[in-house]
Design a protein around this ligand. Sequence first.
Ligand SMILES: Nc1nc2c(c(=O)[nH]1)N[C@H]1C(S)=C(S)[C@@H](COP(=O)(O)OP(=O)(O)OC[C@H]3O[C@@H](n4cnc5c(=O)[nH]c(N)nc54)[C@H](O)[C@@H]3O)O[C@H]1N2
Ligand SMILES: Nc1nc2c(c(=O)[nH]1)N[C@H]1C(S)=C(S)[C@@H](COP(=O)(O)OP(=O)(O)OC[C@H]3O[C@@H](n4cnc5c(=O)[nH]c(N)nc54)[C@H](O)[C@@H]3O)O[C@H]1N2
Ligand code: SF4
Ligand SMILES: [Mo]
Length: 728
Amino acid sequence: MKRRDFIKLSSFAGAGAAVAPALLSGCSEQQAPGAGDVTATPTICDICFWRCAGQVYKEDGQPWKVVGNPQDLHSGGRLCTRGSGGLGSYMDPDRLKTPLKRTTKNGRQTFQAISWDEALDYIAERMKKVATEHGADRIALFSHGSGGAHFKHLMKAFGSDTYAAPSFAQCRGPRDVGFQLTYGEGVGNPDRTDMEHSRCIVLIGSHLGENLHNSQVQTFTQALAKGATIITVDPRFSVAASKSRYWLPIKPGTDIALLLAWMHVLIGEELYDRDYIQRHAHGFEELVRHVNPFTPEWAYLETGLQPELIRETAREMARQAPASLVHPGRHVTWYGDDTQRSRAIAIVNALLGSWGRRGGFYIQDRVRLPKYPTPKYPQAASNWKAANRGKYPFATMGVANAVIDASVGPDSHYKAWFVYGTNLPLTIPNIRAKLEQAAENLDFIVAIDILPADITGYADLVLPECTYLERYDNLRNSPERQPSLALRMPAFEPRFQSKPAWWISKQIGQRLGLDEYFPWNNLTEVLDWQLKQVGSSLEEMQRVGVKSFPRSTAMYFTEGADRKFRTPTGKIELYSTRLAEQGFDPLPRYTPPEQAPANHYRLIYGRIPAHTFGRTINNPQLFALSPENNVWINPLTASDWHIKNGEYVRLKNQDGVVSNRIRVRVTERIRPDSVFMAHGFGHTDRRLRLAYNRGADDASLITNVKIDPIMGGTGMRANFVTFVKDTT
Ligand SMILES: Nc1nc2c(c(=O)[nH]1)N[C@H]1C(S)=C(S)[C@@H](COP(=O)(O)OP(=O)(O)OC[C@H]3O[C@@H](n4cnc5c(=O)[nH]c(N)nc54)[C@H](O)[C@@H]3O)O[C@H]1N2
Ligand SMILES: Nc1nc2c(c(=O)[nH]1)N[C@H]1C(S)=C(S)[C@@H](COP(=O)(O)OP(=O)(O)OC[C@H]3O[C@@H](n4cnc5c(=O)[nH]c(N)nc54)[C@H](O)[C@@H]3O)O[C@H]1N2
Ligand code: SF4
Ligand SMILES: [Mo]
């Protein structure tokens, strides 16, 4: 037996038992909803990370519904499908109920329920042991989601400065770095696209409408209603493509060729914003020379897009500029040259003069909210850069895959992990073998989750956090159009023995002698103190939930004025001096994608409106909407393989990995050379009684991973699949 087997089945969960999804009858049978004693409690949705403010309605103390807070400009006062199903996360009967400790029973590893005191004492003891034997810096934190901030604070206070979020190296890292290199600042969260005022929007991949980042979809819809031109570049006829004037069904992986050809047209036909470029840009001459060979005719051979279509779309972008933007995308770790693609997107936007302009990209602002005073953190002996071992010089935070690499083997840099709210086995491609190896030699792994998610099977200790509807968290203070603060507070008592992240981290901190970093009894004291510094109070926020503040900066650049950008040249760097310095291509280079092996199809994946990754599949409300994913196959492909609509198949990738069974959707909406599936399905932990074994997991098929040398991102779209008829 290995030191750590992946535990799929707890000794006390009824394996595989079916649960009726209709758990949420909500209010009593006799009366209409809302007829009883109704209360509303402010919250911030945590079903994804857009963080819309909402109100939780209870009737006679019973859960009724969660809806948007009308005062919240950040969300347009509305929640999306998933956010409206938030009660399902609270009500889920499969939630983690007590702290769990790995133990061996009759020669088999399993989890045993233990008390909070036992769990917290154990963790503090193990942390001290690692600190004594190796150094406090040898503990890494993986985190996604608001509660992670409390663990980040704990880790820093303890002397560890390794923090990695898959939302960087598996998601938006390349675009943040690409824009940072070009403009000296990133796109931000929420993305600073000024779509409500745009007259032309170009979407490269970004499948808004299926990607349901709430207010972004709303501003996109506003632009549509005002007659903006939408140009969607996607090998799939996405929902956004169906709303577009131009759909460019590009050959996957060739977007940089298209972007270079657009630059060629904008420059060659003198359609770019000459004044903007002269005033703000560095390296225009180099760019002119660089894009000279990349004609639309050249790009046609790469992308399969007609030269006239490339010219016409470039002209349309320029016609509407500067209220014209190429959306930077969000999940952009596709082909391993993603920072270069993001740079190319940034450069097209510069040629259009849209950065800092109305209808392009606005300047974000936020509330100047002071931090609650605690002592300075100790200097950690090493930080996440140690895990990168000199690679990925432009990573701006821990690269999750590099931290995992540095946790494998007896001489590994890291000796212990905290994993908060991130489901590594389904999130980082081709990672299971490494997770097992890391688990073999790490001193301990603690997982903090609300569900027995797949990652918990690798942990020594699993801590049940309460859901967002049962806890306080830090205030939302997102950089955006209109600065605002929003409060998340408990609408319900925590179910079972679950506890909030702030409480867990404080308890561990106290056991480590770090009391001075937690000089309060309850997070409410911190929130109240902070709010009072900006003229509000916890009492006020408990009433209103959201409070807007005036902007302290202009929303757009001052027309005709110079500006200093935070780049080495102080200009928008079309030619990146920083990339050149480190030996990378200073201007975006196109690398043709790998070709499919015979009878294989490129695997592409994305979102569906009803779910957020894998985190909502077991949510009874959202499961009812969409219990499994399907694979989109073009009718030509389906007929070659004699596959019928609705039939189940398995997908087999170029390395022989076979997926779970997945239902086929035969549709013209996908190119014949590709197949498409939604990410997040195919869970492997039986304790997730709804999600277990439903649908297929795209991550398991992504064994060819293209690492971006600039920032460490994991390019995931270099994989191909063929079909295995399902006989079960
Ligand atoms: N409902 C819902 N919404 C979500 C999320 C969720 O889980 N559920 N997650 C949120 C998060 S964290 C993120 S990062 C975003 C991600 O959402 P996006 O940033 O929009 O993600 P993409 O990878 O662009 O989206 C996939 C699209 O890219 C297309 N595509 C595939 N290959 C190529 C190619 O080579 N070229 C081009 N041009 N297109 C290609 C696919 O067909 C698909 O339509 O969504 C957010 N919104
Ligand atoms: N193959 C493939 N891989 C991908 C993607 C893809 O499309 N395909 N998308 C990528 C993208 S864009 C991103 S952003 C990442 C995201 O990947 P992750 O960071 O892993 O995010 P989630 O999948 O949402 O994982 C959430 C985990 O948090 C737990 N959780 C939910 N709510 C809470 C809570 O309140 N408290 C705690 N403690 N835990 C909670 C859930 O049960 C789940 O285990 O994945 C990336 N990886
Ligand atoms: S976009 Fe939807 S799921 Fe995400 S925070 Fe907003 S309401 Fe919640
Ligand atoms: Mo993401």
